[in-house]
Design a protein around this ligand. Sequence first.
Ligand SMILES: CC(=O)N[C@H](C=O)[C@@H](O)[C@H](O)[C@H](O)CO
Ligand SMILES: CC(=O)C(=O)O
Length: 307
Amino acid sequence: MSNFTAPLTGLISAPFTAFHNDGSLNLQAVEKQVASLVANGVSGAFVCGTTGEGISMTVEERMRVAERWQQVAEGKLQVVVHVGHTSLGDARALAAHTQKIGAQGTSTLAPYFFKPGNAEDLAMFCAEVASAAPALPFYYYQIPSMTGVNIPAADFLRAAAPRIPNLAGVKFTFENLMDFSECVRLEGGRYNIVFGRDEILVAGLSLGARGAIGSTYNFIAPIFHEIIAAFEKGDLALARERQAAANAIIQIFIRYGGPPAGKVMMKMIGVDCGPVRLPLRELSPKREEQMRAELEAAGFFQMCSRG
Ligand SMILES: CC(=O)N[C@H](C=O)[C@@H](O)[C@H](O)[C@H](O)CO
Ligand SMILES: CC(=O)C(=O)O
């Protein structure tokens, strides 16, 4: 029996998908990725999302990656699989597969070519995806910066409630904190609204976030644990100071291109995930060296491990 509102709490990473230099999947890397996340107190993995380049992979590859994560992470991390696709048939096949392999949840972003024009249409699309994995909690993945679909998540939840029996919540990657707060409080707080903007986690916590999914928890989870601990102690000055330190790293990560820079950062912490896929491009060796110098100056290596 699964609990549709089982909260995703703590820090959940959105892992990179490791590729070999020829572009093929490197499923061997998952063991090291999982070990590193567990060592840094991460509680879950959001597989094949934005950071995981799920949208750049074939359906077959996405299934192999999800299977591998579930196999290796079982009993150690909660695994939620991003199954979003512009083809509803493919998204449903991925969702059904996620349930079959015993993972803990499914999630989809909004279709981003033909876009839903309102919350009802988005909810109808998501209902089709969610019903292909009826035993698993379903999370809508709100990420307007990538999909161009900017329907308030609270409107989505209201439209989806009667249509999606396994609706668990939203993975909320957006800066609209009014919408976030409304989602958290909706129907007495029954939904699990997982915070997705690492740079403003401290704000998310203050509005009631209990879990966060992010790309930067792959390498700087320890400093985010410090932010959470400071917040829980009521030391907001310290929480803000630690958030600013983390953000200095995130600014470098973004300035060097996001996922391609992130894969270099993984290599720097000893968890080589290989190259990115087109249209993303690898950093040149010169840019890598520049980035390393900037990261060192911002205290990256001290933030990467506990202790
Ligand atoms: C677009 C994207 O990847 N969003 C991520 C999570 O949802 C975040 O973890 C960001 O990568 C992070 O907040 C840095 O901007
Ligand atoms: C960060 C995140 O949640 C993603 O990459 O999908």
